[in-house]
Design a protein around this ligand. Structure first.
Ligand SMILES: Cc1ncc(COP(=O)(O)OP(=O)(O)O)c(N)n1
Ligand SMILES: Cc1ncsc1CCOP(=O)(O)O
Ligand SMILES: [Mg+2]
Length: 211
C-alpha cells in the first residue's frame, strides 16, 4: 500500500504576536508531516530568530522543519531541510549543502522541471497552484493529471500547493499527492488553526478512503 497523503503546513506570510503558541496548538491538533517557515519580506536576522523560536516546537513533535528560499541559512541553522523555487539559487549546490537533509523544489505545472528536480535528487517535487489563492500571486495552474502522471511514473514524493482547503482537496489526494501544502486552510480557518489542521486531516482520510 502507498504511504498515506499527509499535511504539509506553511507559516503565514507574517507571524502574528503569540504565533509560537498558535503553532504548538496547531501541531498538537493532528497529523502534520512538516512545517515550512516562509517569511518572504523578513530580513535574514528576523528569519534566523524565527527559526530559533519555532524549530524546537516543530522538532519536539516530530514535525520536520524546512526553511523556504535559503539553503545556506537552513544548513547553518540546522533545519531539517529547505524548499527552493526555480529562482532560489543553485539547486545542485543546495543538494550538496543539504546532504542528509530534505530538499524540496517548486516545479509549478511542469513535467520537465519535475524530472530535472528528480535528477537533482530532490526529496520532493512541488506542483501548483491547484486553486486560486490569495496567499501568493501564483503564475501557474496545475491540474490533477500532473499528480497522476508523476505518482505513476516516479517514486519521489509530490506535494500539491495553492488554494487547497478541506473542501477541495479530495481530487488531489485521489490523484496521488503525497503531501498537501497549505497556508490559508489552517491559519485562516474560522475556528482557528487547530480546527484547520483537524479539518484537513479529516478531509484527507475521507478522500483516501474513497479512492
Ligand atoms: C511546498 C511548496 N511548494 C511551492 C512553494 C513555492 O516556492 P517558490 O516558487 O519559490 O515561491 P515562494 O514560496 O518562495 O514565494 C513553496 N514555498 N512550498
Ligand atoms: C507558496 C505558494 N506557492 C504556490 S501557491 C502558494 C500559496 C499557498 O498558500 P494557500 O494554501 O493559502 O493557497
Ligand atoms: Mg521561493
Amino acid at each position: 500500500m502507498d504511504d498515506p497523503c499527509r499535511l504539509y503546513l506553511i507559516t503565514p506570510p507574517v507571524l502574528p504576536p503569540g504565533f509560537a503558541d498558535q503553532l504548538a496548538a496547531a501541531l498538537d491538533a493532528g497529523d502534520v508531516a512538516c512545517l515550512q517557515l516562509r517569511l518572504k519580506d523578513a530580513p535574514r536576522d528576523e528569519v534566523k530568530r524565527a527559526v530559533e523560536a519555532l524549530m524546537p516546537i516543530a522538532q519536539a513533535r516530530d514535525v520536520a522543519f524546512l526553511l523556504n528560499d535559503d539553503a545556506i541559512l537552513a544548513a547553518e541553522l540546522g533545519c531539517d531541510g529547505a524548499h527552493l523555487g526555480q529562482g532560489d539559487g543553485d539547486h545542485a549546490g543546495a543538494r550538496m549543502l543539504l546532504s542528509g537533509r530534505i530538499l524540496g523544489i517548486t516545479c509549478h505545472d511542469s513535467r520537465h522541471l519535475a524530472m530535472l528536480a528528480g535528477e537533482m535528487a530532490a526529496d520532493y517535487v512541488a506542483f501548483g497552484a491547484f486553486f486560486p489563492t490569495s496567499t501568493k500571486e501564483a503564475q501557474y495552474r496545475a491540474g490533477t493529471d500532473l499528480l497522476e502522471w508523476w505518482s505513476e511514473m516516479f517514486e519521489i514524493p509530490c506535494v500539491a500547493i495553492g488554494g487547497i482547503t478541506a473542501a477541495n482537496c479530495a481530487p488531489l489526494v485521489r490523484a496521488g499527492a503525497d503531501f498537501l501544502a497549505v497556508v490559508g486552510a489552517v491559519w485562516n480557518h474560522p475556528e482557528g488553526p487547530a480546527a484547520g489542521v483537524r479539518a484537513m486531516n479529516a478531509a484527507i482520510v475521507e478522500a483516501a478512503g474513497a479512492a
